[in-house]
Design a protein around this ligand. Structure first.
Ligand code: SF4
Length: 451
């Protein structure tokens, strides 16, 4: 049996896909490892959203090939970059598996291991590439390999995106929208809760438009709201989240769901991308800055304590200083609880890559820094409002940066660090918040909540 190392780049969808691959390999008797030296198989699950993510994975594979040459290891690319580059990657790896074929990885790994075990095989000449679309592949991301006392889990509910935002490569790497059926998803959540999970995050590239072309509205409720209601009904589940949504998917039925479904956590991600109407139009985002601000106000009004986080691209082709100032203005008005700011990254075969007015690196960097300063100051102010208050925290485990401390999240998705014994891991606790670093909260546990 082989030892397998899986390294994941990019978003939570990729994390979830890697978990599925890991679970399938474990089910076949293989073992996971974090040691490159020990590993017989090294798989990089890749991201294509920004050029930097692709370069990191390519650089990593170059190093792996150099260090492990002639040792009979299987090296593979999975996921988005594998999908978009396909057989071009076989010069660098033995295995290239796209986004609709994760369920085939275990078969392919075993085939490659068997070939490499035969000394006569010229393994440098043999590789497997599978980037074909597969109907029904969205149903295959459904198994979990949970850590002991793991309290939260991701559940993939749909794959792909039909939106065609002009900067985005996802519709090409992930294909068109395909959703799983509600009873299947509910069964998966029930299984997770039975194994001790208390919080699930429903995942999709455009999650709040889940099922829009496959399932009908019922009593005026979208398929996504029907899904939320069904998952909300799972006994023992305590918190429900979803990501990543699109602003146009927050219709009245979804906003209203926040007022009546108490397990829905007080946090929504609302990707702004730009605060300039002109840029939003060329991005094909389908809303204006005013509509976005009004939506954020409605969402905050639906539930007290609601946190709103966002993604923003600075330096989209043709972005003027005036456009950039419009983005700053929306940030000042909405006061995001967290903001992921990205310099525009030109992605091959996207409409924006061919647009005129590509900005230079210095402008991208200056705008990136400027917006980070503004949003970080607001994020700190938002965090300071928690100091002196008691919050409910789901304890995830030791902090990565300081394993002597425990970490968890509030319902509004703020990271909290606190001291406590291992018995708190996987538990819901009440914490008195004492201070903030500007990025997370620090506090003292006052009680363990019974549930
Ligand atoms: S909605 Fe999201 S995933 Fe879909 S094209 Fe736009 S940015 Fe990409």
């Amino acid at each position: 049996m082989a030892k397998v190392l899986i390294k994941t780049y990019g978003c939570q969808m990729n994390e979830r896909d890697s978990e599925q691959v890991a679970q399938m390999l474990i089910a076949r008797g293989h073992e996971l490892t974090t040691s490159e030296k020990e590993a017989d198989v090294i798989l990089l699950n890749t991201c294509s959203v920004r050029d930097m993510a692709e370069q990191k994975a390519l650089g990593k594979m170059r190093l792996l090939a150099h260090h492990h040459k002639g040792k009979g290891k299987v090296l593979g690319f999975l996921g988005c970059m594998a999908q978009s580059r396909g057989s071009e990657l076989t010069a660098k790896a033995d295995l290239v598996v796209g986004t609709q074929k994760f369920h085939r990885v275990a078969d392919y790994v075993e085939e490659l291991l068997a070939r490499k075990a035969q000394p006569s095989m010229d393994d440098a000449r043999f590789s497997i590439v599978d980037v074909e679309p597969e109907p029904g592949s969205q149903e295959e991301i459904r198994d979990h390999s949970l850590r002991p006392r793991q309290s939260s889990a991701f559940v993939s509910v749909m794959q792909g995106c039909n939106m065609r935002c002009t900067f985005c490569i996802v519709p090409q790497t992930r294909g068109s929208e395909r959703s799983r059926a509600i009873p299947e998803i509910v069964r998966e959540v029930e299984g997770l809760v039975a194994r001790g999970v208390r919080e699930v995050t429903l995942l999709g590239q455009i999650v709040n438009l889940y099922g829009r072309s496959e399932f009908p509205k019922v009593e005026g409720k979208s398929p996504f709201v029907q899904l939320l209601e069904a998952v909300h009904g799972v006994p023992g589940l305590e918190r429900l989240r979803f990501t990543s949504p699109h602003p146009i998917g927050y219709k009245a039925d979804l906003i209203e769901a926040f007022s009546r479904l108490p397990k829905l956590a007080e946090h929504v991600h609302l990707p702004l991308q730009s605060g300039s109407d002109r840029i939003l139009k060329t991005m094909h985002r389908g809303y204006t800055a005013e509509a976005f601000v009004a939506l954020a106000e409605k969402i905050r009004a639906a539930r007290p304590g609601m946190a709103i986080t966002t993604d923003i691209i600075v330096g989209f082709p043709g972005e003027t200083e005036e456009d950039f100032q419009a983005t700053r203005e929306v940030c000042r008005r909405v006061r995001f609880d967290n903001a992921f700011i990205f310099r525009y990254s030109r992605r091959k075969d996207t409409p924006a890559a061919a647009m005129e007015g590509q900005l230079d690196d210095a402008t991208l960097e200056a705008r990136n820094q400027d917006l980070l300063e503004l949003t970080n100051a607001i994020i700190r102010e938002q965090l300071e409002t928690y100091v002196g208050h008691r919050v409910e925290v789901l304890c995830e485990g030791p902090s990565k940066n300081n394993p002597a401390r425990l970490t968890g999240r509030t319902r509004s998705n703020k990271i909290v660090l606190f001291e406590g014994g291992e018995d708190l891991i996987g538990r819901m606790v009440e914490v008195d918040i004492q201070r903030t670093s500007g990025f997370c909260l620090y506090g003292d546990v006052v009680s363990r909540l019974l549930s």
